[in-house]
Design a protein around this ligand. Structure first.
Ligand SMILES: [Zn+2]
Length: 87
């Protein structure tokens, strides 16, 4: 009786393949955290900016959005992203 030996294997192999396929492609893609977005501040200013703002011509310091909310306010010219729920 070879069928009895083959049958469980024949059932297991597709299951194994499926689980491997899921591990490879089934990664949950976590969206970037809003507080990890990069915005820019200047040495002296009290506002933060997007990368393209002309206020950054003198100095341009990259900083995470999560770190600017305490000290800086969003620029009214370039309108950088605003963190809605600062911790
Ligand atoms: Zn600006």
């Amino acid at each position: 009786m070879t069928l009895r030996r083959i049958l469980p294997v024949a059932l297991l192999v597709p299951l194994l393949l499926l689980s491997v396929a899921f591990q490879g492609t089934g990664k949950p893609t976590t969206p970037p955290k809003p507080e990890d977005q990069i915005v820019y501040v200047t040495k002296t200013g009290t506002k933060y900016h997007t990368a393209t703002c002309h206020y950054l011509s003198k100095s341009k310091i990259a900083i995470k959005l999560g770190d600017v909310v305490k000290k800086y306010t969003p620029c009214s010219v370039c309108k950088p992203p605003v963190l809605k729920n600062p911790k």
